[in-house]
Design a protein around this ligand. Structure first.
Ligand SMILES: NC(=O)c1ccc[n+]([C@@H]2O[C@H](COP(=O)([O-])OP(=O)(O)OC[C@H]3O[C@@H](n4cnc5c(N)ncnc54)[C@H](O)[C@@H]3O)[C@@H](O)[C@H]2O)c1
Ligand SMILES: O=c1ccn([C@@H]2O[C@H](COP(=O)(O)OP(=O)(O)O[C@H]3O[C@H](CO)[C@@H](O)[C@H](O)[C@H]3O)[C@@H](O)[C@H]2O)c(=O)[nH]1
Length: 433
């Protein structure tokens, strides 16, 4: 099938490459010329495991092209919209300017029988607002939210946990076209839910709200554990054995960040307020609050381990990305903590295996180095803020010989306290004695 993908960021570039991998003929469009130039040469503009290989093989096959010229979509029949929906400045709501502009840019090039498929995460009601515009060209609209996780984006796209199609009542053509696009995932057993626009939009934001709630639940237990001397990691293991609860997404620590969970729960609350059902989602403001308190707690722990004031203390920060296997620092708890400490006068030296470039763009004032060893040299405290494998596997004995004071705060509960204490470290963590 001939497909276009509008917006080639973390979601769109992966979607375009995966669709080409599945045998479709794909054109990726973005307004960012530098991004398109990189993609056209087979280079991903961001770090995502598996994507470089896919881009190379898809480009070589001739099935994947990239352009800044939206007129190039004219040959395609199915058009995915994967542009950003960030948080509006000064508000909780989603900024829909990019979605609106993308749809506007498509309109002159759509033909009767085309299908426009929204993939961006949008407030409920967006598809209903846009459907008339799209239908005025003879094309139809579907909303097909995406559930990929950064770091696993290729796998999640090729073998999704489920496919959700939000379509206009009785639009069997839209359903058939989407079935054609996703034929291999459907054949491999990915469940499909065909529903209306509002339900599809709500499935996406409610899934993220549930995940955020699960993380904040365990982080709330971490706060209680801190007040009682209990160990939240053992608590999570114990409650997680109950299959109704499940151990996944119960890792207490510095909390959630990234380009999705924080802004999506806020946009969900803003939309609920518009709909007059804000009370139903008032718990999400608590979920957000618990999450942000973890960052404050980390700053307090840094103060504690250096004996009070962080000003003038050399603090090594291990990890800047919002999670491992990603270079994304959007709303990253790790970057936030590093910047808060810098503002308090600490001499912060930070490192990350992949996020140094994205950090330089977002926070050029932060001092960064290439390795954990460099960061830890002469440090008064080491903070582990993103649980990259190479940080989890650090040798505490070797690192102790580099630090000025062997004190570590494990912001992701991913180190073995016994091993680190035996190597002479003062070990502190979130929610663990
Ligand atoms: N990142 C994820 O893991 C993920 C997963 C599922 C859903 N989503 C959702 O997908 C959407 C995109 O997220 P992202 O992380 O890829 O964002 P992103 O900022 O990485 O990418 C968005 C891209 O859209 C481009 N763009 C903006 N306006 C455009 C226009 N008018 N025409 C063409 N291109 C345009 C931007 O230049 C950018 O490259 C958001 O709604 C997000 O919530 C993201
Ligand atoms: O037990 C856990 C699990 C995650 N996190 C943190 O939560 C954040 C989000 O993690 P994750 O959900 O794995 O990353 P994303 O790539 O942002 O993916 C989420 O957001 C995407 C965009 O909407 C959705 O598509 C995915 O399904 C959804 O998991 C990260 O900061 C993690 O460190 C925790 O603190 N504890």
């Amino acid at each position: 099938m001939k497909i276009s993908v509008i917006g080639c960021g973390y979601l769109g570039a992966v979607h375009a490459a995966c669709m080409a991998e599945l045998g479709h003929e794909v054109i990726g469009i973005d307004v960012d010329a530098a991004k398109i130039a990189l993609l056209a040469e087979g280079h991903p503009p961001f770090f995502e495991p598996g994507l470089p290989e896919l881009l190379l093989s898809a480009s070589a096959s001739g099935r994947l092209r990239f352009s800044t010229d939206v007129a190039q979509i004219a040959e395609a029949r199915v058009h995915f919209v994967a542009v950003g929906t960030p948080q509006l400045e000064g508000s909780n709501a989603a900024d829909l300017r990019f979605v609106d502009a993308a749809i506007e840019s498509l309109l002159p090039h759509l033909k009767p029988g085309d299908l426009v498929v929204g993939k961006s995460t949008v407030p409920v009601g967006t598809a209903a607002r846009l459907v008339g515009l799209v239908e005025s060209t003879g094309a139809s609209l579907a909303w097909n939210p995406e559930f990929l996780r950064e770091g696993f984006a290729v796998k999640d796209t090729l073998a999704p946990d489920r496919l959700v199609y939000g379509i206009a009542p009785g639009d069997v053509t839209a359903e058939a076209l989407l079935d054609g696009v996703y034929a291999s995932a459907l054949a491999a057993g990915s469940p499909k839910v065909v529903t209306d626009f509002a339900t599809a939009e709500l499935v996406k934001v409610s899934a993220n709200a549930f995940l955020a709630t699960k993380i904040s639940f365990i982080n709330a237990m971490a706060e209680v554990a801190e007040a009682t001397g209990a160990d939240v990691t053992q608590l999570a293991d114990a409650i997680g054995y109950d299959a109704r609860i499940g151990r996944r997404f119960l890792n207490a620590g510095l909390g959630f960040g990234g380009g999705c969970l924080p802004k999506d729960i806020r946009a969900f609350m803003a939309r609920a307020e518009e709909l007059g059902v804000d009370q139903a989602l008032s718990f999400l403001s608590e979920v957000d609050g618990i999450n942000m308190r973890r960052r404050e707690r980390m700053v307090d722990l840094a103060r504690e381990v250096v004996g009070g004031d962080v000003a003038g203390k050399r603090i090594a920060v291990l990890g800047l990305a919002f999670k491992p296997d990603s270079d994304d620092v959007r709303d990253s708890p790790a970057l936030d903590v590093a910047l808060r400490l810098t503002e308090l006068g600490a001499d912060v030296v930070a490192t990350d295996p992949q996020a140094l470039e994205t950090t330089r763009r977002r926070a050029p004032q932060l001092v960064t180095v290439a390795s954990a060893q460099e960061a830890a040299t002469g440090a008064d405290a080491v903070l582990l803020l993103t649980e990259w494998r190479e940080f989890r596997e650090l040798d505490p004995v070797a690192l102790a010989s580099l630090a000025r004071v062997p004190a570590i705060v494990d912001g992701r509960n991913c180190l073995d306290p016994v091993q680190w204490r035996e190597a002479g470290w003062t070990y502190r963590a979130l929610g663990r004695p």
